[in-house]
Design a protein around this ligand. Structure first.
Ligand SMILES: [Fe+2]
Length: 291
């Protein structure tokens, strides 16, 4: 286990995720602390920084250290910082945003590098966010399946833009933007770590390029079921003023909608800043490269 000098890191599971303590993200971070956060980010894929009292601008500034912050294409942002938006569930609402495991905005040509999510109001327990490690999803496939997938691209679609806000009392549409789609490799290479990861989710991935929906469905469903196995992931238990940071390129996440009993009585307000990414880099197998 790597030891850090400027942050305290407590892993959540053996697969991914870590809680981070003893760092104040509202302050300027010295280069040594910043390099430890980057190291932990690439090692654990999702970090949750506890006890962060942040203004909207401070969330923006920390997030922007990783890259430009982009608005959500369908959800209205904050009045002063339109790139940041809130995911709000009122007491008694039963719909959950993000109730499928997914990578955010897979339908963009350049899907996000990652995001930060800041807990403004949370129920006293429950409403965790579950994550899964898509490096491990790839690495635990057979060699023959890896070779098959590395030759494939897939088409990822937003679906109806209205679904992002219309079912929620307190979330507003940004504009009447059209549905979007983008074709991406099914296996991508992380630009920093060089590791291969599966990049597919039933939330957005509709078909393999060149195949029909019906031909694609059995394998897409297998990949989804394979990816979300409990031993490949972790769950983040939220506390007020926790800030999560995840690598959207190599993990899927899912809001666990256990809105029953006491949990359903509470308002939940999460605030997201989305970090611009790159066009996914394809991992083609050596056999196909040689062909
Ligand atoms: Fe999401």
């Amino acid at each position: 286990m790597k030891t850090y000098k400027h942050i305290t890191v407590k892993p959540i599971t053996g697969a991914m995720g870590a809680e981070v303590f003893d760092i104040d993200l509202s302050r300027d971070l010295d280069p040594a602390a910043w390099s430890e956060i980057e190291d932990a980010f690439h090692r654990f894929l999702v970090l949750i920084f506890r006890d962060q009292d942040l203004t909207d601008q401070q969330q923006y500034d920390f997030s922007a250290r990783f890259g430009p912050i982009i608005p959500h294409p369908y959800v209205k942002g904050l009045p002063d910082i339109p790139e940041i938006f809130q995911i709000i569930r009122e007491p008694g609402e039963s719909y959950s945003w993000d109730s499928y495991y997914h990578s955010d905005l897979m339908f963009l040509e350049r899907p996000p590098l990652g995001a930060t999510l800041y807990a403004k109001e949370v129920p006293p327990y429950g409403a965790d966010t579950a994550f899964t490690n898509m490096y491990l999803a790839y690495e635990t496939l057979s060699d023959a399946m890896k070779d098959l997938l590395e030759g494939l691209d897939a088409e990822n679609e937003s679906g109806d833009p209205r679904k992002y806000s219309n079912r929620f009392q307190s979330m507003e549409e940004l504009a009447k933007n059209d549905a979007m789609s983008a074709t991406h490799p099914v296996v991508r290479v992380h630009p920093v770590t060089g590791r291969k990861a599966l990049f597919s989710s039933l939330a957005f991935t509709k078909r393999f390029k060149g195949m029909t929906d019906k031909e694609s469905a059995p394998l897409l469903e297998f990949l989804y079921d394979h990816s979300i196995q409990a031993h490949l992931g972790c769950r983040l238990a939220w506390q007020k003023h926790s800030l999560a940071l995840w690598d959207n390129r190599v993990c899927l996440h899912h809001a666990v909608s256990d809105y029953f009993g006491e949990v359903a009585k509470h308002r939940r307000v999460m605030q997201r800043a989305t970090i611009e990414g790159e066009a996914p880099l394809a991992a083609r197998s050596s056999a196909q490269k040689a062909a």
